[in-house]
Structures are given as C-alpha cells and as structure tokens.
Design a binder for this molecule. Structure first.
Ligand SMILES: [Zn+2]
Length: 355
C-alpha cells in the first residue's frame, strides 16, 4: 500500500469512529494504536488527550507539541420532550442546514439508540408555526436548532430507561460516514479534524521510514474538546514540556481568504483568537519551499485553533498552525486527496528543522 493509500484508509477508519466532544473514546483508541507503533512513548493524560512522544536528536533543539483534535462536531440533548422527541443543541459551531435531515445515533448510557434529525412534514401551513418559519413564505429565517428535533419513535419513559437525558451526545450515524470521491478530492464529515490526525501520523510514519528523528523532542497530542473551546489543548500545553504548540487543522478554502482548494498546505499567521508566532509561520513556509511546495498563507477570521486558544489563556508561549485546504468546513467537508501527504511531508520537514 502506498503512503497515500495508507493515509486515506486510516482517515476513513478515523471518520468512522465516533467522537463527540468529551466522549472521544473510539477515536482515542485508534490514535493510541497508531501512536504506539510509531512513538518512543505513548500515554493518555488526565484530560483525555492521547500523547505520543518522539525523542529528538538534540537536547538543545526546541521541543514542539503538535496538536490535532480528537473531537467531532456533534449534538447534545438539551431536553427529552414529552412526545419522545429530543431537543438538541450543537456542541461546537454547526447549523442544522450543514447536517441536514438524516440518520443520527444517540449515545445513550445503555448503548446506541437510532434517531433522525428532523424538521417535520413540509406539507404544512402557517398553522405549524415552527415548520412555517423555516420556509420562504413563512418567516424566511435561517433554520436554527429550535426548528429541528431528533425523531426517536420511543416514549419519553423508554428513552429514560435507555439512559437518554440532558447531556447525552448525538452524532452523525455510521451510514453517513462513508467517503464520497469527487475527481481529485474526498468528501465526508469530520475531515475536521481526522484529516489532521492522519497528517500527524503520516509525518511520524515518514520520519520513521526514512530513519530520521525530530530535532528536539516532539509530542504528538491528539486533543479532547477542541470544538467547545480547546480545553484539552490548554491542559496539554500547561503540562507538557516545550514552548511551541503547533496545531494542525482544517482551513477554509475560499475567496475571502485568498485560499484555494488545492494540494498546497496552508500556513496561518493569525485567527480570530490571536496571532501565530511569525517565526513559526515563516519557518513552516520555508520548509514547504524546500520541498518545492508553494504553501498558501492565510489570516483567518471566524476561526480559532487549539494553539491560539491555549495561547489566549496563557498556556503556551508560542503558537503555530498548519492547515489542510477544506471546502464546506464544519459541514460536509471536502479535501484534495494529495494535500494529505503534502501536509504530512511539510510537518515532518518542520519537526526535523524547526529553526
Ligand atoms: Zn478543527
């Protein structure tokens, strides 16, 4: 299997694993297995981050924490309605239109309960105010979480018995987690941030295969709860050695930022939460150029990463961000297939020569 095929099949396995914020066990298990085969030491910290350590070639070189998040955008039960439907809220920045009507899995205490994210019958009038509001002739408002519900076909009592309650996570069903190939791209949910996990693992794999070590110790950190505020990353940055936290994440490919959906990795200089250290970004750019790439530079708004969130609460002195170009971020996400190995190569080059 080529490096590219290996990364894509790993990515598919990661996407199939369920991982709502704070309940990322299935994804964590896959990451732990991969890191164990590549790293000098692998462990899970008290916050639930999986960490793999690659011993550096020199004790004097900078120690780097590479961060990719485990969690996926999911829903959480706000209340169980008397009719057995669920009122849900988003765990992270998503809107109903981006997930659409369709199968979901309710992660009940006693197992998985099937459900359908629903809007209700469209053959209705102003008499059905909630549905009417979402139509052009009605309120003509963007659909929000109060317009939808999870259909369960169970009674409130049955749901209670199954262990469904406020706080229960609801995720996109397995049947909707297959990849969809379009020309040179692959589409699917949760490229954010399973693509970045694959990139970090791809970088470690190619370093091992080429028999090279990072300059200084490198910690590959798969973090918990990024989508709801970067909680795992802040803890890892506080507790691990090193001064640079380099996040790897999905980057919105769109005209607004002058970023294309191409194979070229994105080096980020700042986002809505703060600045990435210019020296780190400049170095990433230089590493890309030595590999004959033309990395794209970006300055995001409406965006935050593990690295800037950790930096903004004083838990990491320096931050960096490497992104994979992505269409439909926080929706049905599409990435150019070749960008996976290219981002992995750039990351490996940076770890080998971070200054
Ligand atoms: Zn992300």
């Amino acid at each position: 299997m080529s490096a590219d095929d290996h990364l894509v099949s790993l990515l598919q396995e990661l996407v199939h694993a369920r991982g709502p914020s704070g309940q990322e066990d299935e994804v964590r298990t896959v990451c732990e297995r991969e890191l164990q085969s590549l790293c000098d030491e692998t462990w899970i910290d008290a916050a639930g981050n999986v960490i793999g350590m690659l011993k550096g070639a020199s004790p004097d070189a900078p120690v780097i924490r590479v961060m990719a998040h485990l969690d996926e955008l999911a829903l959480v039960v706000k209340r169980v309605n008397e009719d057995g439907t669920l009122r849900v809220n988003p765990l992270g920045g998503i809107y109903p239109a981006n997930y659409g009507q369709g199968p979901v899995e309710i992660l009940a205490d006693d197992g998985i309960v099937p459900g359908v994210l629903s809007v209700g019958p469209q053959h209705t009038t102003a008499d059905s105010a909630r549905i009417w509001e979402t139509k052009a002739k009605g309120g003509n408002v963007a659909m929000d979480w109060n317009h939808v519900y999870v259909f369960t076909r169970r009674t409130a009592e049955q749901l209670k018995e199954a262990g469904v309650h406020a706080g229960t996570r609801v995720v996109i069903a397995q049947s909707r987690r297959a990849f969809w190939e379009i020309e040179d791209c692959i589409g699917g949910y949760f490229m954010d941030n399973r693509a970045a996990i694959a990139i970090a693992i791809g970088a470690a794999t190619s370093m091992r295969d080429q028999g090279v070590r990072p300059a200084g110790d490198a910690y590959l950190v798969m973090t918990t709860c990024e989508e709801i505020g970067g909680h795992g990353a802040a803890y890892a940055a506080r507790t691990l050695p090193g001064e640079v936290s380099l996040a790897v994440d999905s980057g919105p490919a769109c005209e607004e930022y002058g970023v294309a959906l191409s194979d070229e990795p994105i080096v980020v200089y700042g986002d809505g939460r703060g600045l990435y250290d210019k020296a780190v970004a400049d170095r990433l750019l230089a590493c890309g150029r030595t590999l004959d790439m033309e990395p794209q530079c970006a300055y995001w708004q409406s965006y935050a990463s593990d690295a800037t969130m950790a930096k903004s609460v004083g838990q990491t002195p320096q931050a960096g961000l490497l992104c994979i170009p992505t269409e439909n971020t926080h929706g049905f996400e599409i990435i150019p297939r070749n960008s996976l190995v290219r981002c992995a190569a750039l990351l490996a080059a940076y770890l080998e020569k971070p200054v």
